[in-house]
Design a protein around this ligand. Structure first.
Ligand code: GDP
Length: 297
């Protein structure tokens, strides 16, 4: 049976790096409020985490809406591989008259983490660092079936220049398969036309199986998701995480219903280390260089 935490699926060399130090991974979720961000995180935890270091740290909302940035942590461990997972839930925007102000704290949070890490690096005695740099930012798109809104484009542009941006179509169960397919195509077109740089998993040509999986992941972007923490029974008697409808069950982990499994593979099984490395090598490095340039004058 395959392991729920796929760090043990990583290529041997990468696995060595992970097993020595463990891995720290910070995931940010953002987008309008009510799109299922909190539910998604809990679904991700409940379908992929065998053991929480601390169950009380389950991602829980204090209020009906996330009004400020909330950070929760869990330590995942499987077969000796440790992942220190940090989830950053951000205030939903789209509800305010001045939406421009609403995404500012999100961008500032990302920059602040780079700044804090850079300051720690500059200290004469460089010990263990506090590192909350965001490795992946899931941007939740409202399932309108039309296209991206100007606000989505604006925010995604801001984010993509700072962080590994992964667009997600929220509540995929509310769109018919045809509408979902058309919506995906239009979102991809806007992303290309607007030159928004989304995260692209690397294709390792020396491993045909991994290369095929990477190509499939790239082709599936933006990832449609269904979030549910509830177990429901399907008409053929299976008990699954899903959402019950009169016509049947929209299943979280059914690849014909949404891309939840693909996105989980990307985040936890296949590309976690690449997300960490590209954050260090591209996004943090870009921030560091830009700051060095500005501070010269
Ligand atoms: P957040 O404000 O983005 O964190 O959204 P929540 O996770 O609080 O979810 C808002 C509402 O949407 C709740 O009533 C959820 O049960 C519901 N919800 C979450 N995910 C889904 C989904 O995939 N499909 C549907 N139909 N509803 C969802």
């Amino acid at each position: 049976m395959s392991s729920p935490i796929g760090i043990s699926h990583l290529p041997e060399q990468r696995r060595k790096i992970v097993s020595k130090r463990g891995a720290s991974f910070t995931l940010m979720v953002c987008g309008e409020s009510g799109l299922g961000k909190t539910t998604f995180v809990n679904t991700l935890f409940s379908t992929s985490v065998k053991s929480y270091a601390d169950n009380k740290r389950r991602h829980a909302k204090q209020t009906s809406q996330t009004v400020e940035i909330e950070v929760s942590k869990a330590e995942l461990e499987e077969r000796g591989f440790k992942i220190r997972l940090t989830v950053v839930d951000t205030p939903g925007f789209g509800d305010y008259v001045n939406n421009r102000e609403a995404w500012t704290p999100i961008v500032e949070f990302i920059d602040d983490q780079h700044e804090s890490y850079m300051i720690q690096e500059q200290q004469p005695h460089r010990g263990e660092k506090i590192d909350m740099r965001v490795h992946a930012c899931l941007y939740f798109i409202r399932p309108t079936g039309h296209s991206l809104k100007p606000l989505d484009v604006e925010v995604m542009k801001k984010l993509s220049s700072r962080v590994n941006l992964i667009p997600v179509i929220a509540k995929a169960d509310t769109l018919s398969p045809e509408n979902l397919a058309g919506f995906k195509t239009r979102i991809r077109e806007v992303i290309t036309a607007q030159n928004i740089k989304v995260y692209c998993p690397p294709i390792e040509e020396d491993d045909p199986e991994m290369a095929a999986q990477a190509r499939d992941l790239i082709a599936s972007m933006p990832y449609s998701v269904i979030g549910s923490e509830t177990d429901v029974q399907t008409s053929d008697g299976r008990v699954v995480k899903g959402r019950q409808y009169l016509w049947g069950v929209a299943e979280v982990e059914n690849e014909n219903h949404c891309d939840f499994v693909k996105l989980r593979d990307l985040l936890i099984r296949v590309d976690m280390l690449d997300l960490v490395h590209s954050t260090e090598e591209q996004h943090y490095e870009a921030y560091r260089q830009q700051q060095m340039e500005t501070r010269k004058f």
